[in-house]
Design a protein around this ligand. Structure first.
Ligand code: CU
Length: 153
């Protein structure tokens, strides 16, 4: 039978429990946000009515565009809220039309709170008459979330 110091083994067990709890709490935080994002996706998030959330590497990226409904050729405010991992530099927001080259359309995002970024811009009217746009939010060192919606003419 091997005898180890009871104090040392107790310290070891407490350390293991603390590390384990840290992981469990982190996983719980992210799974709650993932659940919120999933519910929104199920109901097909409508940017003309609410903000929209997507998960990226387990944490949430929320986009809101105002005023609503979101119209082309109108001054718009884009708000991005991040939960969980925080990037070292501001996220960027690019507007594209799926399958069409519309030229660069980047919204300059500025930090307006610990997790919130805001920028202003317009969505141009496409000469083809198409209305589908994709907002790509790139979070440095984390990834990019894409939000697709139809703008109103
Ligand atoms: Cu176009």
């Amino acid at each position: 039978m091997i005898l180890t110091s009871p104090t040392a083994s107790r310290k070891f067990i407490i350390t293991v429990i603390l590390i384990f709890m840290t992981f469990v709490l982190d996983a719980f935080k992210c799974s709650t946000m993932a659940e919120t994002a999933r519910k929104q996706a199920e109901t097909e998030c409508n940017i003309h009515k609410t903000s929209c959330t997507q998960t990226l590497m387990g944490c949430a990226v929320t986009l809101d565009i105002e005023p609503k409904p979101v119209k082309a050729m109108t001054d718009l405010t884009f708000t991005v809220v991040l939960s969980g991992k925080r990037p070292l530099t501001n996220p960027t927001l690019d507007l594209e039309m799926p399958g069409m080259k519309m030229g660069p359309n980047q919204i300059d995002l500025k930090s307006v709170g610990s997790d919130t970024y805001e920028g202003k811009g317009i969505i141009v009217r496409c000469p083809s008459g198409r209305r589908t746009w994709k907002a790509i939010i790139t979070i440095p060192d984390i990834g990019a979330a894409e939000f697709i919606f139809d703008v109103i003419y």
